[in-house]
Ligand binder design. Structure first.
Ligand code: BGC
Length: 761
């Protein structure tokens, strides 16, 4: 490279070489990119050809804004110079529009900013945490929730959300399990599609559409020992069969952006993983949006010990396929030097810039850069109603002895107790930047408002917050319990105990909550325990001590009214566990879709206290279980009761043998033989008995929410394309392998009617 060319390529403020060679850009009129009637690719090409290297690097740079005196002047300066392509954490709609105005009017080419935020499970109207949303097994309400979040957030100028989080997570110690859809590939795939559709809407240029961001790409949910920011060790086949499919589904749904995760997998940090970011995402899936790094995860490749310094990190990030760098600024600082040294190519920089510009054009930002929708949409009646519906559908009835729920007409006085019965902040759950706690309706509010005319509600929280160890209030609650017909105790976790960097080694109820439930149980009053948490907790003891248990995760703004209606039977619970509930922490990882292993447990194993003294080495049968914990979980995946009673019968397939292009039709008769109208999530599982590699003992392949009145029956019909049985086998190719299968239809992953079938070549 001669010195003049180098100067042209690297000099700040000097227009790009293509521009000099052609005069006004390679693609016709310099203003072509402003013409919305032109095809997006032509606009990208036209704009790119007019950009200086500095302006290009600016597009790759995402910065977090702050509030304060110097923020407006600092960011105005940077944006006017073209040094920033995207902002996150913009403090207010005023800041959003002001900064956008600087980008449009003061930067040389008028390239709009992409304004982003973590709008994870609602913006103002907070929906249940994503794990709770997954428990609905209802893609429509989940899509609606994402749409509502987009409508509210875009009314404050936010057109890009860092969601959906679709990390398969099989370790509830990991605090971020709250943000995802649980342990299952199929469920997460469907939720991923629903959320992308909801956030992005039907028309990307509509001012209420928000670009979605599939995160964290990839494998982050397998953080070793459930500790955040930890390493993962996922071999390629497992990556392809379990961790990648929800991300591929997001791509098929048109997801515009991806976020590279914090973890290193088998020694390669995600932000430096070309195999995943480029070969798979772009090469195999044809993705044409852009990849943003997670917060400082390019720079943190130095912490990983994968790069000697920030400069090397910038090189490895760009070369792997991270287009936009969040916050660590290694690109903007080092890229010119790297280009000069031939360590990165201008073509690769151009590709990354084009990927970002493409998304900005697709979102219609050049035409409508400013807030274009009314702000009053926040907390609107329909939004609150949808949030209530989601909270209602997400609550899982884990136990209901003697049909204590719904509370009968005879219940006139209740004691409401527990630290989460009136916890406006904590009920919203993790990752809430914008939801306001004074808009939260708690169970106490709802009981008083909706049911207060008919019943007397005595409120005695007993504990100030979930970690409260002061037991003084427990005696007050026990005293109050004496005069009531039923006790409702709302326990669990404060929102701060789950989410990013909030991992736990112990999953029992924190503080004195266990003692509270124990004391209430001893009163002999019907005890309904409601658990609000960011993860499955090890609550075996509380399950035993309570008559009924409703698990609502963190249910969001409208959790209170939803729970009140469930408790009093206006609606029946219908949520199902989106993740296995371990009986003990030591069982983790425990998930239903495991491989069989060489000697599966059969359920009649001898437990530790029954072992004969000096028993022989092989006397216990040598199967796969824990002497002290058996082998089963507290609750399996897909589990949840209702106020109805669902019986399955007459499972049938349209054929017994299928070719690889067939579609399987599987049916079963479902009857509600209970006394209440209720909804069941009927589930279809399969097992592939022998493969070129071992296959899981069960895999979810379909589900359907079915509502039946007492005594009503229906035929549930599933259509399963045989192609859905494909997996990455010994040759690392995705194929359906011929052989014998079993198919189940039932109410959870541990039960159901089964029938065999085969697939032929
Ligand atoms: C998280 C991401 C989030 C980003 C921006 C990171 O710490 O891992 O999930 O989107 O911050 O706030």
């Amino acid at each position: 490279m001669n010195s003049i060319t180098r100067l042209l390529l690297t000099g700040a403020g000097i227009i790009g070489i293509t521009t000099l060679l052609t005069g006004c850009g390679a693609s016709g009129s310099p203003d072509l990119y402003k013409d919305s009637s032109q095809p997006v690719e032509k606009r990208v090409e036209s704009l790119l050809s007019q950009m200086t290297l500095d302006e290009k690097l600016g597009q790759l740079n995402q910065r977090s804004m702050w509030d304060g005196d110097n923020a407006l002047s600092y960011f105005s300066g940077e944006i006017a110079s073209g040094n920033i392509g995207s902002l996150l954490n913009v403090p207010s709609p005023f800041h959003a529009d002001s900064m956008q105005r600087v980008a449009m009017e003061q930067s040389r080419l008028g390239i709009p900013l992409l304004i982003s935020r973590d709008v994870i499970h609602g913006y103002k109207t907070i929906f249940p945490i994503p794990l709770g949303q997954a428990a609905t097994f209802d893609t429509l309400i989940v899509e609606k929730g994402a749409r509502i979040a987009a409508v509210e957030a875009s009314s404050d100028g936010i057109r890009w959300t860092f969601a959906p989080m679709i990390d398969i997570a099989r370790d509830p110690r990991w605090g971020r399990i709250a943000e995802g859809c649980g342990e299952d590939v199929y469920l997460t795939r469907l939720m991923s599609r629903a959320m992308v559709k909801g956030f992005q809407g039907d028309d990307l240029t509509d001012p209420t559409s928000m670009a979605a961001c599939a995160k964290h790409f990839v494998g982050y949910g397998a953080s070793e020992s459930g500790r955040d920011y930890n390493s993962t060790f996922i071999p390629e086949r497992l990556l392809r069969n379990i961790y990648l499919p929800p991300f591929e589904e997001a791509c098929k749904a048109g997801c515009l952006t991806y976020m590279s995760s914090f973890n290193d997998n088998d020694g390669v940090p995600a932000s430096g993983n070309k195999f995943v970011l480029t070969d798979i995402l772009r090469g195999e899936w044809g993705f044409n949006g852009f990849v943003v790094s997670d917060w400082a995860s390019v720079g943190e490749m130095v912490n990983h010990g994968f790069c000697a310094d920030n400069k090397e990190a910038a090189m490895k990030g760009l070369n792997a396929g991270v287009d936009m760098e969040m916050e660590s600024c290694t690109y903007i600082t080092h890229m010119k030097e790297l280009l000069d040294e031939g360590k990165v190519k201008i073509d690769d920089i151009d590709k990354s810039v084009a990927n970002i510009l493409r998304v900005k054009f697709m979102l219609g930002l050049f035409e409508k850069p400013y807030i274009a929708t009314p702000q009053e949409v926040k907390y609107s009646e329909p939004h609150l109603a949808a949030a209530k519906e989601a909270a209602m559908k997400s609550a899982i009835l884990l136990k209901n002895d003697n049909d204590v729920l719904p509370l009968s007409q005879g219940v006139k006085r209740i004691l409401l107790t527990g630290p989460l019965a009136d916890a406006r902040h904590d009920q919203m759950g993790t990752w809430v930047f914008d939801g306001e706690k004074d808009k939260t309706v708690t169970l106490l509010d709802a009981l008083r408002k909706e049911y207060g005319n008919d019943i007397t509600v005595i409120y005695e929280p007993a504990l100030g917050y979930s970690r409260d160890k002061n037991e003084a209030g427990i005696a007050r609650a026990v005293n109050a319990a004496r005069g009531v017909d039923a006790v409702i105790a709302v326990v669990g976790e404060e929102s701060i105990l789950s989410g990013e960097a909030h991992c736990l080694a112990d999953l029992d109820l924190v503080g004195a909550q266990g003692k509270l439930i124990e004391a209430l149980s001893r009163t002999g009053k019907p005890l309904v325990t409601v658990v609000m948490a960011g993860r499955p907790l090890t609550i075996k003891k509380q399950i035993d001590e309570s008559d009924a248990v409703l698990y609502s995760f963190h249910p969001g703004t409208m959790g209170g009214p939803a729970l009140a209606d469930l408790i009093f039977g206006k609606e029946s619970p219908s949520g199902k566990t989106p993740v296995t509930f371990p009986a003990r922490v030591g069982q983790i990882p425990i998930y239903y879709s495991k491989n069989a292993g060489s000697r599966p447990a059969h359920g009649t194993e001898t437990l530790i206290n029954d072992i004969p003294q000096e028993g022989g080495q092989t006397s216990l049968g040598n199967t796969s279980y824990w002497l002290d914990a058996g082998f089963g979980p507290l609750f399996p995946f897909g589990y949840g009761l209702s106020y109805g009673k669902f019986d399955y019968a007459d499972i049938a397939l349209d054929k017994t043998s299928y070719s690889k292009d067939d579609c399987i039709t599987a049916t079963a008769k479902l009857t509600n033989s209970g006394k209440h109208k209720a909804t069941e999530v009927a589930q279809l599982y399969i097992r592939d008995h022998a493969g070129s590699v071992t296959r899981p003992v069960k895999e979810l392949k379909g589900f359907e929410r079915v509502t039946l009145s007492p005594g009503e029956s229906t035929t549930v019909t599933f259509r399963l394309p045989v192609s859905e049985l494909a997996f990455y086998g010994a040759d690392m190719k995705k194929n359906v392998e011929a052989g014998d299968f079993t198919l189940w239809i039932g109410g959870d992953s541990d039960c159901g009617l089964s029938t065999p079938f085969s697939v032929t070549d």
